[in-house]
Ligand binder design. Sequence first.
Ligand code: CP
Ligand code: NVA
Length: 305
Amino acid sequence: MKKDLLTLRDLNADDCEALFMRSFELKERHAAGIPNRTLQGKTLGLIFDKPSTRTRVSFEAAMVQLGGTPLFLNAQDTQLIRNEPIADTARVLSRYVDGVVVRTYSQDLLEELASGASIPIINGLTDLYHPCQVLSDLMTILEKRGKLEGLKIVWVGDGNNVAHSWLNAATILPLNLVLACPEGYQPDEAILEAALKDMKGRIVVISDPKEAVRDADVIYTDVWASMGHESEHGLRKKFFKPYQVNQGLLAMADQDVMVMHCLPAHRGEEIAADVLEGAHSVVWDQAENKLHTHKAILEKLISGQ
Ligand code: CP
Ligand code: NVA
């Protein structure tokens, strides 16, 4: 049966472990210039209805480097915008390509596409989740710290799609996850409730960023207004000001704290420029690891390896 990656809940701890191991292996092989053509003859569709630099390019490059072919489709240029039923689109695409990465607004649309398709569908970001991002972020933490368990991982800012995928990750892996979000911008209640029920470690949601980052091993932030919320940007800037990841906040964390951001970053808003460019920031390695993780995901879902 085909397997999708619509949320991190589609994976278990063994799947994650295997993906991390393979991502590290693929990273080493890439650095050594050893070719890895495991998806020769395979085609990946990429339907994007929101902008993307990292996710799009890393999936496209991953597919090429694995010997396959990526086909980028701007959603606006497809019949989807002229209301062709999603189920019809799913059936037709299944006849042409071996998997599809989708970036769109609605998680429901993604799920409808997946249920109509006979090929794997991969979530490249929706309003609710960004599972591939968090998988590569976990790889980055493992790479830098050698473990996940026992680390205090603190999310500072909007309780958004990336935060939701962190909550899901905490239902698979024994994470110590603290989220500091302004009142009114905390994670979706149903997603949080479900995560609290199934968590393997600890999840705490508070509103005080200073309390949250005390002794933090990882501080993670993201934009204050995600794609689709741009009109709220001005209003959000007022509420989110105390949540800026700056030197003051960093001083309260562990002295070896790692700063993460999925990017794109807004310097001077959710993160101070000197923190983003500073010694604690791992954001560029974090961005690179999307390539290696995406390769492992494609291999697993498309070739079943
Ligand atoms: N982090 C991330 O998903 O970046 P893009 O929006 O550039 O794909
Ligand atoms: N939360 C951000 C992530 C971008 C990669 C957004 O959805 O815009």
